[in-house]
Write a protein that binds this ligand. Structure first.
Ligand code: AMP
Ligand code: ZN
Length: 664
């Protein structure tokens, strides 16, 4: 097999695996094996840039930046849908279409996915462009972003029309949405409101690598074009599925309004079992010829209608508003409600988000409010029943002081949230920080839970995380529900945390915006807490991928004397505050400011080991040769085009031995 065949066969194989995994939910290979193959392909493509293919599976990780999204006119307009809310509405619709169509009519019933609509254009089996709905006539070209969504096939399978548009919805399944929010909360950012807005916001991100990280999916429902060789909607769903698109297997072909209603009734209940949000059912006349006869109104097809599920809404009484203080000091207002049944659960609380939200809806204690359960876990208040407002009702005055420590709250320009600035003395912040410190991804202290932390703080035994290391069995035993054995576990868990590596310690400190990834980057660059403490904002932003917001937050954190003291105490207890000697022994600055391209097959090190060696010694690895490349590290079978390019640009070509010798 020559190189090109090898590349093509890897691409085909990876496409098949992507399809199995993302469209069929049925992987046939481990993630690890998939990664290995992807890396093989990447290596071959790097060495042989002449076989570049913009639809290669290696390009799924994104990287393209779009500054301004180009406006594109849809070749086939993207219509809206008429809505219906009752069986009567559906019967009326049937009467309207029976005036135009003679003979029996079949209907395809589908779910109405709640996300952002998208139109994909394919030519000769390749994805050409992806455009948002916009105003229906023209939308934004978001192709680079859409290509990172793994369930969007870049190349089609089997038989397909030579040119067509296919429409669908970009959704963010609950699981991925909740995970994204957990990560945001972890770094002290406000969680996203709901999956739909987050999905549609994702399409307009400028950095496609950011989009690639989001677990978006594309569900397809309509093929549009000329000479498609398809006779019905139901058939078109099947053929889209065969071409490799993700088309949920939930549509049903029926021939009466009663059967439509059965479908609606079933999904009104069972939609809660689906992994993504739906807001109704779409009913379409199945036969494409009949569709053509029916045509369109000014804004929607006559041959289709949406049936909207009633948003699960209830009215109840707002008893009081409680203000919660998070570990970063952020204040969240929470509504205490008279308990009410909603979507199968009893609801007692709803998030009010922030002061603006309360003001916008003019929510007052004593009001009868409407609560809804959308994609988010916590229900929200969507409105107030003004007819039921008591005559003596008073507008809500947002608190100006911390509900716990009574410090005057602050609200920064451009932020929605109020904050309690009493960093050192506010109990919920103190408890929250220690809870973060001991959490699984941070110091992972076994034998110590969040509630025990609160007990310890309230009992005056600890006030910050460094105090943990002064606890002893005798001191914790008097605590409520603390048995001999659990006290021992607690102390040994705390002791064991002294082995946790520095990068996790840095994350555990709970510096705002310093999540796991940022902590790793900082540790890699600075290697010790002392170096980080003495870094200025200017130093910090010079580090790869550290922005101004993070830099300011780091400097502010270490600017506090109290934090410096805590760090000194952690040091005295033997917490890891620098990269371990073993790790450090293999790290130098010798390749600082140098960029390397690695190409070919090597004798003593694998490509990955070689890359790691370069990075550990302060160098940067890039995948393609440019004038910025300092050296090309070449092994056996280096790609000929790479060699030519390096020679043209007069970039020195060295061997793995040269590199190792230089570092040693
Ligand atoms: P609306 O936004 O209420 O006008 O509803 C029309 C939108 O519903 C379309 O633009 C699609 O994005 C979306 N939609 C979701 N699922 C489907 C489906 N199965 N068939 C047609 N449209 C759908
Ligand atoms: Zn406070």
């Amino acid at each position: 097999m020559d190189i090109q065949q090898q590349i093509n066969s890897l691409r085909d194989e990876l496409r098949q695996h992507n399809h199995n995994y993302y469209s069929l939910d049925n992987p046939t290979i481990s993630d690890y094996d998939f990664d290995i193959k992807l890396k093989q392909l990447q290596a071959l493509e790097n060495q042989n840039p002449e076989f570049f293919d913009e639809n290669s599976p290696t390009l799924r990780v994104g990287g393209a930046i779009t500054k301004n999204f180009e406006t594109i006119v849809h070749e086939h307009r993207m219509y809206s849908l008429d809505n219906s809310y009752s069986k009567e509405d559906l019967l009326d619709w049937e009467i309207r279409i029976k005036k135009i169509i003679e003979g029996p009519i079949q209907f395809t019933c589908e779910l109405k996915y709640d996300g952002a609509s998208i139109s994909l254009t394919y030519e000769n089996g390749s994805l050409i462009k992806a455009v948002t709905r916009g105003d229906g006539t023209q939308g934004d070209n978001v192709t680079a972003n859409i290509k990172t969504i793994k369930s969007v096939p870049l190349k089609l399978r089997g038989d397909f029309p030579s040119k067509f548009d296919i429409r669908g919805e970009i959704v963010l399944p609950f699981e991925g949405f909740n995970k994204m929010n957990e990560e945001r909360i972890e770094i002290g950012e406000e969680p996203y409101r709901n999956p739909r807005n987050t999905a549609s916001g994702s399409l307009k991100l400028q950095d496609s690598a950011e989009v690639a990280k989001r677990p978006l999916e594309c569900l397809l429902y309509n093929i549009t074009g000329k000479n498609l060789g398809i006779d019905s909607q139901f058939e078109s769903l099947e053929s889209a599925r065969k071409m490799g698109f993700k088309v949920p297997d939930l549509a049903k072909l029926v021939d009466s309004i009663d059967a439509i209603f059965e479908f609606v009734a079933y999904w009104d209940v069972h939609r809660h079992d689906l992994p993504y949000e739906t807001d109704g059912v779409v009913i379409k006349v199945n036969d494409l010829q009949q569709q053509e006869e029916l045509g369109y109104t000014a804004k929607a097809p006559r041959w289709a209608i949406a049936y909207k599920f009633k948003a699960e809404q209830q009215s109840t009484h707002l008893e009081s508003i409680r203000y919660q203080v998070g570990r970063t000091g952020a204040i969240t207002p929470v509504a205490n409600l008279e308990p009410v049944e909603l979507a199968g659960t009893t609801v007692k609380r709803a998030s009010l988000h922030n002061a603006d939200q309360i003001e916008k809806l003019d929510i007052r204690v004593g009001d009868t409010v409407f609560v809804e359960k959308g994609g988010e876990i916590i229900p929200k208040i969507v409105g107030v029943d003004l007819n039921q407002r008591p005559s003596d009702s008073q507008p809500t005055v947002y608190i100006t002081q911390c509900p716990v420590c009574e410090t005057e709250l602050v609200r920064q320009e451009g932020e929605a949230q109020h904050y309690c600035p009493n960093y050192a003395g506010c109990k919920p912040q103190i408890i929250g920080r220690i809870q973060h410190y001991i959490s699984r991804k941070a110091m992972d202290i076994e034998g110590l839970g969040g509630e025990t932390v609160a007990l310890l703080v309230n009992a005056g035994l600890i006030n910050n995380y460094s105090d943990l290391y002064e606890l002893s069995k005798d001191r914790v035993l008097p605590l409520e529900r603390m048995a001999e054995k659990s006290a021992e576990n607690l102390i040994s868990g705390i002791e064991a945390s002294k082995q946790i590596p520095f990068e996790r310690v840095l994350f555990a400190l709970g510096i705002r915006y310093v999540g796991e990834t940022v902590a790793k980057k900082l540790v890699k660059h600075y290697k010790s807490i002392d170096a980080i403490v003495s870094a200025t904002i200017i130093d910090l932003v010079a580090v790869d991928e550290i922005g101004i917001r993070i830099a300011e937050s780091v400097v502010e954190f270490f600017g506090l004397i109290s934090n410096k003291e805590v760090i000194e105490r952690l040091r005295s207890f033997g917490i890891q505050l620098e990269i371990s000697a073993e790790k450090l022994a293999n790290q130098t600055d010798k390749l600082k400011n140098k960029t390397f391209v690695v190409s070919g097959v090597f004798e003593i090190l694998s490509r990955n080991e070689l890359k790691k060696l370069i990075e550990d010694n302060g160098g940067k690895v890039s995948s393609s040769i440019s004038s910025k490349t300092s050296y090309v590290v070449a092994g056996d079978k280096m790609g000929p085009s790479k060699r030519t390019k390096a020679e043209q640009l007069k970039i020195p070509i060295i061997s793995e031995f040269d590199l190792i010798k230089y570092i040693k």
